[in-house]
Each structure stands twice: as structure tokens, then as C-alpha cells.
Design a protein around this ligand. Structure first.
Ligand SMILES: Nc1ncnc2c1ncn2[C@@H]1O[C@H](COP(=O)(O)OP(=O)(O)OP(=O)(O)O)[C@@H](O)[C@H]1O
Length: 384
């Protein structure tokens, strides 16, 4: 009985499972492996008469088809499982929000009467962006980094409140990050851009959202089309907003204190700058991620913390680091980045809203300089 009392339930009025995932059976269907090749078919039966070649070929084709169907089925199940865990996580998060809200209401009148004192500052996660034409050379790359400094206000009442809810908040953060990690610590997305008129007809197809099919044009091959698989593939019609949707969960993870890096890699003119920087009417990942950071921190009802965001930006070119915020007049604050024996000291600038960030970003991009040799180096390398 005592054991039962300790348990708590997600089932709160108004916090039913997401409509999109409602079904009678709350558990995902267990994965049932269907073998494409039946075990009996693997047993050698020498007494069977020799089949004509065409029949054998047909049999192999059928088995191949079964294997493909199995594969697609398993992938669908994996996708269902992902949706299921997202739905669960969503409910946990909302439940924690309700708990925190209640705790906050209970204590807010007391908190107002007590002088707040700043007692600790904790540096949490970071969010980095990196753009590069080539991993070895790293020409013309730009690196963004933010630190979120979490300042907590403590007094007796707040301490009690926090003691009650912080295990739950930490559990939520842990669960969320474990979910992302379970989906894969490193995600590789492949984005294609629309073709320009002088680039000829397209040689890519998108059989599904994980596969890109390239027509090599090599007629000497039995199948000149090659398939490449990624965690997600985006066709040329996919806009900045839709693309950002898959990056969004990592912003939450960064806010929860985990380190996140976003890296754009591809040949010249493939769309890295468009994806990361974008334009004023098609905002890229930099801008959208910071908007999301501010949105999340403002709507974080489960936290007793306050967030401060700092940005550093530098360019790494020919193994030389150039601080892109070095010219900032207001910024005196500095941070060391990298290992202790070879760190670089960079200016870090506090940003209070997405507009601040946008202005800072513009200035940093301008500070990258106009050295045409940079473009030449990257083009030369690609051409090789
Ligand atoms: N998804 C997209 N939708 C529409 N236009 C795009 C897209 N991606 C790239 N472009 C356009 O393609 C051109 C080349 O893209 P971009 O400058 O981003 O390439 P890049 O990889 O950064 O090149 P570089 O390495 O030479 O700097 C630009 O004119 C850009 O506006």
C-alpha cells in the first residue's frame, strides 16, 4: 500500500495522449520479424531435381522482393516506435509543466516577500554551428557557439520548491536526451537544392524520405542507379521551416545542458550557406535556432532558472582563427575555447533576444572578410 502511494500517474484531466497518436492499445505493436527466407529453404535438399536457371533466378528475385518488403516494414515499425516515444515524452513534458506551474503558484506569494539573492551560476550546454567545404582543409568555415548561463535565485521557499521539482526536471532532461541519443548520437541529413537552368536535368530521385537515388549515367553497369541512405533526405522542394523541424529537438537538448553541434558539409554552391545563414525572407538554421532557444527559455515553466545567452563567432581558415566579434565595442567578456594547451581566446557577446542575435550575426558575417583567395582555395580543392 505504502509502495502504491509513492507512485504517480500521467493521467491528468486535460492531458490525454496526443490526438494524432490515440489508439486503443497504448503500447506500440511488438516488432515481429518475418523472415524473407524460410529456414526450411536454407536446408540443403540434394534429392530435388535441378531447376532451370530461369526458375532459380525468379526464386531469387522473389526472395529479394520479400527482403525489401521486410526492410520497409521494419523501418515503418521503427518510425511508429519513434512517434510513440515522442508522444510519451510530450505527455511527460506537459505533466512536468503542470507540476511546476502548481508549485510556482503555491510559492510565488512567499517568494515575493523574501529578498532574492543570487547564489550560483552554472554554465550549461552549448550549440555550435560549423560550415565547411571539406573536412581536411576546412576552408572558409564559420563557427558559432553559445553558452547558456543559468542563474538560479535561491531563498528558503524557492529551495524547497526546487527540491521538489528538480528531480522531475532532471529526469525529463535525461529522458529527452536519452531519446535523442537512442535515435542516434550523430545524425546525417542530406539536403538537395533546386537546379539552376544551366545545370541540366536532375539525376537524383527520392524513393523514400531516407534514400537518395543517383543516376550515375554509367551504362556499362547493370544498374546505373545507386541508392544512398541517410537519417533523412530532403528534396529541393523542402523549405527552411520544414528542414528546421528536424533540428528543433536538438535545440531543446542544448537548453537542457547537452552539447550540440550542427555541421554543414558539401561542395561549393551546394547550399550550405543557404541552409545555415539563409536570407531575411528565408531564415536559416542560425536564426531559427536562436529564436527557438529564446522561445523555449521563455516558455520553460518547469524551471526555476533564468537563462543568459552568449555568442562567440570565429572563422577557421588555413589553420588560423579569426575572431569575428573581435571588433565589438561593447563586448569585453572573453571565453577560452579548445583544449587547455592550445585554447583560443574569443570575445563573447551577450544577446537578449533574437533581434540582438540577428544584428550580431550580420556583423560577424561581414567580418569574415573579402579575401577572394578563400573561394579559390575551396574551388581548387573541390575541382581536384
Ligand atoms: N534549398 C535551396 N533552395 C533554393 N535555393 C538554394 C537552396 N540551396 C541553395 N540555394 C541557392 O544556391 C546557390 C548556392 O548556394 P550556397 O551559396 O548556399 O552554396 P554554398 O554551399 O554555401 O557555396 P560555397 O561553398 O561556394 O560558399 C545560392 O544562390 C542559393 O541561394
Amino acid at each position: 500500500m505504502a509502495e502504491q502511494k509513492k507512485r504517480w500517474t500521467w493521467e491528468l484531466p486535460g492531458f490525454e495522449p496526443r490526438k494524432s497518436f490515440e489508439r486503443d492499445d497504448p503500447e506500440p505493436h511488438p516488432v515481429v520479424r518475418r523472415l524473407s527466407v524460410s529456414p526450411s529453404s536454407l536446408v540443403q535438399r540434394p534429392e530435388l531435381p535441378k531447376q532451370p536457371l530461369a526458375a532459380k533466378l525468379q526464386k531469387l528475385k522473389d526472395q529479394l522482393q520479400h527482403a525489401r518488403e521486410d526492410y520497409l516494414e521494419l523501418r515503418q515499425e521503427a518510425s511508429d516506435l519513434r512517434e510513440y516515444s515522442n508522444a510519451k515524452l510530450d505527455r511527460v513534458t506537459r505533466y512536468l509543466g503542470v507540476l511546476a506551474d502548481r508549485a510556482h503558484k503555491l510559492d510565488s506569494h512567499r517568494i515575493n516577500q523574501i529578498k532574492l539573492s543570487l547564489q550560483s551560476q552554472v554554465v550549461t550546454g552549448s550549440f555550435c554551428f560549423l560550415v565547411a567545404n571539406d573536412l581536411d582543409l576546412l576552408p572558409s568555415s564559420i563557427f558559432w557557439h553559445y553558452n547558456s548561463n543559468v542563474s538560479s535565485f535561491y531563498d528558503q521557499a524557492a529551495l524547497e520548491t526546487e527540491a521538489r521539482i528538480s528531480p522531475l526536471i532532471n529526469e525529463k532532461k535525461k529522458l529527452f536526451n536519452e531519446l535523442l541519443t537512442a535515435k542516434g548520437n550523430v545524425k546525417v541529413f542530406c539536403r538537395t537544392r533546386p537546379l539552376f537552368e544551366d545545370e541540366g536535368p536532375s539525376i537524383v530521385e527520392f524513393p523514400d524520405e531516407f534514400t537518395i537515388r543517383i543516376n550515375t549515367g554509367d551504362d556499362s553497369l547493370t544498374n546505373p542507379k545507386k541508392d544512398y541512405e541517410f537519417d533523412r533526405v530532403y528534396g529541393p522542394h523542402v523549405g527552411q521551416g520544414e528542414f528546421f523541424r528536424d533540428v528543433q529537438p536538438f535545440v531543446q537538448s542544448a537548453l537542457d545542458g547537452y552539447n550540440v553541434s550542427v555541421f554543414a558539409y558539401g561542395q561549393s554552391r551546394s547550399g550550405k550557406t543557404h541552409t545555415m545563414e539563409g536570407s531575411s525572407h528565408e531564415r536559416g538554421l542560425y536564426q531559427r535556432s536562436f529564436e527557438e532557444l529564446f522561445d523555449l527559455s521563455n516558455s520553460d515553466t518547469t524551471s526555476t532558472s533564468q537563462y543568459s545567452f552568449y555568442v562567440t563567432a570565429f572563422e577557421l581558415y588555413n589553420e588560423q582563427v579569426q575572431d569575428l566579434l573581435g571588433e565589438s565595442i561593447n563586448s569585453m567578456s572573453r571565453i577560452n575555447i579548445g583544449p587547455q594547451d592550445s585554447f583560443v581566446e574569443l570575445v563573447q557577446q551577450k544577446v537578449d533576444n533574437p533581434l540582438d542575435f540577428s544584428i550580431l550575426l550580420k556583423g560577424a558575417i561581414q567580418n569574415r572578410g573579402r579575401d577572394s583567395a578563400k573561394a579559390t582555395v575551396s574551388h581548387l580543392y573541390v575541382d581536384e
